[in-house]
Design a protein around this ligand. Structure first.
Ligand code: CO
Length: 405
């Protein structure tokens, strides 16, 4: 029997926001790696892996992935929190990696085998002006990306107005710019009007609201964007307001993508089973790894919903590989968010998925197909940068109230 002999979490990336779980076994040279990265609370996740979960894992049979997942899911009694899910994800992915190595097969083979030859991705295009954005989109289309996300600068871009132009209280808190719903729901349809006039309706385009809007503005924006036939509109609502998707559905056909903030089955299950969204965007590590996400993909298949696993810039190559193995083997796959890394980061993860002409390719090595070079990973880490606390964006409205990030 192959048993677990060690569990540790390797902190890496310059800013220390990547946590890679490494599980070693009683078989010489046999180990697995998994993603337990968290851009804001990495030290808490490392503590959860090494102090909370590792002691109970030592000595267990590596083959029992489902049982280990279910056991550790409730091991702290309270569950479905981002920190414990992320820690559990690192363990879960590492166990799938080990299972693949023992079987001599890539993980996507264990999940049922390939049902597509590679994984189509969407790129992130941004520009401060519609003209600059158009140029960025054209670059990605030329490169071969089948879908491109279109943003007017950063998240909320198009909705910010200079503070001096906004009616603000006499005692207003200092701010250079404020977010305004009405400005946003005017600017974004205008942006797509321009893009469609230049590109036609051939290119598949998306937009990410990053939950900045009030719910009634989200309904209005979805309806106003209908003529521009988006591939999907992302996070038009915050997770607290998902009931509003029912009203959006009654108003328009703009496809909706949601879920990168989800950690709890009670969040994604009703949206899928009531067919209130079109793409599920859970981050694989935030649901707890491959084990829960392959179930989400199956649920999606039954209800005609597609997956679009979240893979923005703060993810690591191991989480990307886990998403790609799910993508390769899930019929309910819709599109994959792209992610790329620096040369030094790729060097620390030999065998990472290759992104070429808008598609991600896995290799045929057993397991997740990639390794961690621990010396190279240690060299990436900048201790001073890693000690700096990190927080999500703090955008505010004219009266000073905070906007959901
Ligand atoms: Co997003």
């Amino acid at each position: 029997m192959t048993t677990i002999t060690g569990v540790k979490c390797i902190r890496t990336r310059s800013n220390g926001t990547w946590g890679i779980v490494k599980i070693t076994t009683n078989q010489p040279g046999l180990y697995g790696i998994g993603s337990a990265s968290d851009h804001y609370h990495q030290r808490a996740v490392i503590e959860a892996v090494e102090s909370m979960l590792a002691p109970k894992l030592i000595g267990r049979d590596v083959s029992r992935i489902e049982d280990i997942w279910q056991t550790f899911y409730t091991s702290g009694y309270w569950r479905n929190g981002a920190i414990t899910n992320t820690a559990l994800s690192g363990i879960d992915m590492a166990l799938w990696d080990i299972k693949g190595k023992e079987a001599g097969m890539p993980v996507y083979q264990l999940l049922g085998g390939a049902c597509r030859s590679a994984v189509p991705c969407y790129a992130h295009a941004g520009g401060g002006t519609p003209e600059a954005l158009l140029e960025a989109i054209q670059g990605y289309l030329d490169e071969g990306f089948p879908v491109v996300r279109c943003q007017l600068g950063g998240y909320g871009g198009g909705g910010f107005i200079p503070s001096e132009d906004a009616p603000r209280p006499a005692n207003a808190w200092p701010a250079d710019k404020v977010f305004d719903d009405e400005a946003y729901i005017e600017a974004i349809p205008n942006m797509f009007e321009y893009l469609r006039s230049k590109l036609g309706f051939g290119p598949k385009l998306t937009h990410d609201v990053h939950e900045h809007l009030r719910p009634q503005s989200a309904v209005a924006l979805s309806k106003r964007l209908e003529p521009y036939r988006l591939f999907f509109l992302e996070d038009v609502l915050s997770p607290e307001q998902v009931q509003w998707y029912r009203l959006i559905r009654e108003q328009c056909t703009t496809p909706q993508a949601m879920g990168e903030l989800f950690v709890n089955p009670h969040e994604w299950t009703p949206l899928i089973t009531e067919r209130l969204i079109d793409y599920v965007r859970v981050r694989v590590s935030k649901a707890g790894g491959i084990t829960p996400c392959r179930k989400i993909a199956s649920l999606c298949e039954s209800f005609g919903i597609n997956t679009a696993w979240q893979e923005g810039g703060d993810n690591d190559p191991v989480n990307q590989a886990a998403a790609v193995h799910l993508d390769m083997s899930s019929w309910s796959f819709g599109i994959q968010e792209e992610n790329t890394f620096s040369e030094a980061e790729y060097a620390a993860f030999p065998g990472a998925c290759e992104l070429s002409e808008g598609h991600l390719y896995t290799n045929d090595r057993p397991g997740l197909g990639l390794d961690i070079d621990e010396d190279a990973a240690a060299r990436l880490l900048n201790l001073e940068d890693a000690a700096t606390p990190r927080y999500a964006a703090e955008d505010r409205r004219a009266d000073g109230s905070i906007v959901r990030p």
